[in-house]
Design a protein around this ligand. Structure first.
Ligand code: PBG
Length: 328
């Protein structure tokens, strides 16, 4: 048999493979999630997420400098307050934890893109993403509070507000309020497609926001649904979302691809805490190679159609990319 078609020719050397590689991951594609706690001088590890820490405000200038030096263009901020209330007023009150964090980072590194997570779950005593009326999440009242939270973050200097609650109509309400307060330049990154997922487990320990009763399935999406994801995206785009998020990422790359094929907005994939901790624990046991597994995963997300990835591996990935530039 004479073989004339030889695809392996393109894979012969590292140089050739790199020359024809279709998808690359760049440090600019990274968004680094950061947890913020009250107090001073705090840098505390999170047992469920080895290698990830929670920081008090005074540590943030250092973190921001670190991000800039590594070339990471963007941070995503989560507040983890000490005290929680039934309606989660810590989320929107004057001078909130996240507002202070935004100011601190912007003062230190004005060029960094600061994204603030807008949700009530780490502020409510019951841990749900909305307020309860007669034991049920009240959509419209929750939206009012989310609007207040987003405005407060915009006032503090956030470049992007990112509602992660999955209430209906919140993107439109936030856009209208931002515009009417002259924050026309503040972007909205909508957690448009957020599935009710077991992969959030380690984050709930980090943000102390596991629901005290029930689960999030009346607001987060059912993971069997693909067409509904496109409805969520269409609604958020119509309401004014600038960037669309899919969350989690690894088990949902078909959704990323569907959105890429149907819309032209930038897409961000959220490589969530469970995805992080699985890789961490398997690599700690010596079962997989952390660096190679992470790079393969991130490239997969970009290949599916994501423009950027939120990942707890961000500082490590940035270092690996720098090393590679130096060592080839
Ligand atoms: C809630 C929120 C969650 C995450 C970010 N914001 C999850 C949840 O529904 O509990 C998850 C992030 C992660 O797992 O890394 N607003």
């Amino acid at each position: 048999m004479e073989i004339t078609r030889r695809l392996r020719r393109l894979r012969k050397t590292q140089g050739l493979r790199e020359m024809v590689r279709e998808t690359v991951f760049h440090v600019n594609d990274l968004i680094w999630p950061v947890f913020i706690v009250e107090g001073k001088g705090i840098r505390e590890g999170i047992p469920s997420m080895p290698g990830v820490e929670r920081y008090s405000i005074d540590q943030l200038a250092g973190i921001a400098r670190n991000a800039t030096e590594l070339g990471i263009p963007s941070l995503l901020l989560f507040g983890v307050p000490n005290t929680k209330q039934a309606e989660g007023r810590g989320a929107w009150e004057e001078n909130s934890l996240v507002a202070q964090a935004i100011q601190e980072i912007k003062e230190s590194q004005p060029e960094l893109v600061v994204i603030s997570d807008v949700c009530l779950c780490s502020y409510t005593s019951h841990g749900h993403c909305g307020v309860l009326v007669n034991g049920k999440i009240d959509n419209d009242r929750t939206v009012d509070y989310l609007v207040k939270t987003a405005i407060q973050h915009a006032r503090a200097g956030a470049d992007i507000v990112a509602p992660s609650d999955m209430m209906d109509g919140r993107v439109g309400a936030i856009r209208r309020a931002l515009d009417s307060e002259s924050y026309t330049e503040t972007l909205i990154l909508s957690y448009a497609v957020k599935f009710a997922s077991s992969f959030y487990g380690p984050f709930r320990c980090a943000a102390e926001c596991a629901p005290a009763f029930g689960d999030r399935r009346t607001y987060q999406m059912d993971f069997g649904n693909r067409r509904e994801a496109l409805r969520e995206v269409a609604a958020d785009i119509e309401e004014g979302a600038d960037v669309i998020m899919v969350k989690p990422a690894m088990a949902y790359l078909d959704i990323v691809r569907d959105i890429r094929n149907n819309f032209h907005h930038p897409i961000v994939a959220y490589n969530v805490s469970g995805e992080y901790s699985m890789v961490k624990s398997a690599s700690a046991a010596g079962w997989i190679d952390e660096k190679k597994t992470v790079m393969e995963t991130l490239i997969g997300m970009k290949r599916a159609g994501a423009d950027a990835v939120i990942t707890y591996f961000a500082p490590s990935v940035a270092e690996w990319l720098l090393e590679r530039r130096v060592t080839g």
